[in-house]
Design a binder for this molecule. Structure first.
Ligand code: 13P
Ligand code: SF4
Length: 302
């Protein structure tokens, strides 16, 4: 039986909602009930009724789903699929910073572990980061861990002092102006779309900057026929499927190895066995819920 049919059978047998991030392997995206960006996935899992959720993405995404839905069984097919940027927060340093700067609001990107969220006033995703920071009454902000997304926010929020953590995403930080310019030589009419996790000089030359969902929306709404895309290469799957008459080029083919740790075999095994279930201490769930719910209330940006 082919993968998609096995998935269909198991969904019905075990009351499963299968969700996948836009960087998951195309075959997994095609089998999912919902595919989206970090914000969309967090909201979708909360809205849907299913008892069991198979979460195809990296650890922080599955953890956020648990924090927001402690009554549901959230299953992460490969616990080793972890976002290295989330691990770039030293908790001791963060707690010292908070003690020394009691008037500063801590805004954490969802690409963080639960302990970091517990220490945060509010979370954000790439789709609502500017809106979240603008929504705060404090004039001083600590944004963590992604310095590139932090620098992107600073372009729009001029009336607050924003301290940045020194974290970054290795996949996006490697995307270079030089590689984009080489592609532009071959496709001079192309529209350049990049994720805000890219370096400031890459953001400078982009026509559009947005989350993975934002990039998908822009591709379908734009009149351009060619696009140079600065984000993870698997985004090409949905972009091409939804826009068969358009061309998408990914300079350097940026790959997130962690997203690819989730394979169709592991998805099927999890759907059969309903494990591994993501477990988080109840007290941490309680404390991490507030910054995530606050973010959802502020909503998606754009
Ligand atoms: P999105 O929220 O834009 O999908 O981004 C998540 C991510 O991990 C980007 O590297
Ligand atoms: Fe983390 Fe970067 Fe992979 Fe996104 S692309 S999950 S930020 S390592």
């Amino acid at each position: 039986m082919v993968f998609i049919e096995q998935v269909k059978r198991l969904k019905e047998e075990n009351d499963i909602l299968l969700v996948a991030h836009n960087y998951q392997l195309g075959v997994i995206q095609d089998a999912a009930d919902y595919t989206g960006d970090s914000f969309g996935l967090a909201r979708k899992v909360t809205e849907e009724e299913a008892e069991n959720v198979i979460f195809c993405g990296v650890d922080f995404m599955a953890e956020s789903a648990v924090v927001l839905n402690s009554e549901k069984k959230i299953i992460h097919p490969e616990p080793k699929a972890q976002c290295p940027m989330a691990a770039m927060v030293d908790m001791g340093r963060l707690r010292r910073y908070k003690k020394d700067n009691p008037d500063t609001a801590v805004v954490s990107y969802v690409n963080t572990n639960v302990e970091t969220k517990v220490e945060s006033d509010i979370c954000c995703t790439s789709s609502n980061a500017v809106k979240v920071v603008r929504s705060l009454e404090q004039d001083k902000i600590l944004f963590l861990p992604d310095k590139n997304l932090g620098n992107y926010i600073k372009r729009f929020v001029k009336d607050k002092t924003i301290d940045l953590w020194e974290g970054y995403c290795g996949t996006h930080d490697k995307i270079s102006v030089k590689d984009i310019e080489i592609s532009l030589k071959d496709h001079p009419q192309a529209e350049v779309m990049v994720h805000p996790e890219c370096k400031p000089e890459v953001v400078d030359i982009a026509h559009f900057v947005g989350s993975t969902a934002g990039i998908l929306k822009q591709a379908s709404e734009s009149s351009s026929k060619e696009f140079i895309v600065g984000t993870e290469v698997e985004m090409g799957h949905r972009l091409r499927k939804e826009n068969p008459d358009k061309t998408f080029i990914f300079p350097g083919d940026p790959l997130c190895q962690n997203m690819k740790r989730i394979t169709p075999e592991k998805v099927l095994r999890s759907m059969e066995d309903l494990r591994p279930v993501v477990k988080i201490d109840e007290k941490l769930i309680e404390k991490a819920r507030r910054p995530l719910e606050r973010m959802i209330k502020v909503g998606r940006g754009e």
